[in-house]
Ligand binder design. Structure first.
Ligand code: FES
Length: 232
């Protein structure tokens, strides 16, 4: 793959950090010892991406290299290694579908099929209206609630074809479903309830969390047209 495949063909003529981000950059760089500013490369790339509609133009790579006294290629190496950085425009809703073994065994292929059926796009593609794009990624670190889809900064867990379909519909209406497990599991607890530390679950703090989850489950069921209520 050449660099031309990695980065967007159409690039802005310039990139400058906003005054708010300039203040944040000062604080971030100050965390590292003198001469080790290069360690700030990842948070600065993140700031650039958030400021620039969720993708990093080459002008931002150059600016960060200059700020941190790094070779441009070193900054580009970092930005192109991690899938959390986008070097091309992505949709308003950027779906990162985990396809690593635990998610694959728990049905990530069904989610991929659902995305293709509903949006007509597969990994690396964006819908014509720019509302959705999808990328298959490696483990998102939430395997216990597989399969997982990350939408922008949020995780949706325990998905299947139907819940993926409801999620897409909710995003299409700009009214996303509640984040987390679509089965409203508490953390990564067994679906049938706690199987260990039973005493802990009787404590009031846990009860409070359970109440919150019940509320979340109700919202989810309401938004998803009561589809999932039957599963609870
Ligand atoms: S394998 Fe999908 S989150 Fe780890």
């Amino acid at each position: 793959m050449s660099i031309h495949d990695l980065v967007a063909k159409e690039q802005p003529d310039e990139f400058v950090f906003s005054p708010e981000n300039e203040l944040l950059i000062e604080k971030i760089v100050a965390k590292y010892p003198k001469g080790k500013q290069a360690s700030a490369v990842m948070p600065l790339l993140d700031l650039a991406q958030r400021q620039h509609n969720n993708w990093i133009p080459m002008k931002a790579i150059e600016l960060i290299a200059e700020r941190l006294q790094m070779a441009k290629i070193r900054v580009l190496e970092v930005a192109s290694f991690y899938t959390m950085y986008n070097l091309k425009p992505v949709g308003k809703y950027f779906l990162q579908l985990c396809g690593t073994t635990p998610c694959m065994l728990r049905g990530s292929d069904d989610l991929s099929r659902c995305i293709e059926d509903k949006l007509g796009i597969s990994s690396g593609e964006m819908t014509e209206d720019g509302k959705f794009s999808v990328l298959e990624v490696e483990c998102l670190g939430a395997c216990v609630n597989a399969p997982i889809v990350q939408v922008n900064d949020d995780f949706y867990e325990d998905l299947d074809y139907d819940s993926m379909s409801s999620l897409i519909e909710s995003l299409n209406k700009n009214s996303p479903l509640p984040i987390g497990s679509v089965k409203c599991r508490f953390g990564s607890q067994a679906e049938t309830g706690p199987t260990s530390l039973i005493k802990l679950t009787k404590k009031s703090s846990f009860k409070k969390s359970s109440k919150k989850l019940d509320k979340k489950a109700d919202t989810f069921a309401k938004q998803a047209g009561n589809k999932f209520n039957a599963q609870r």
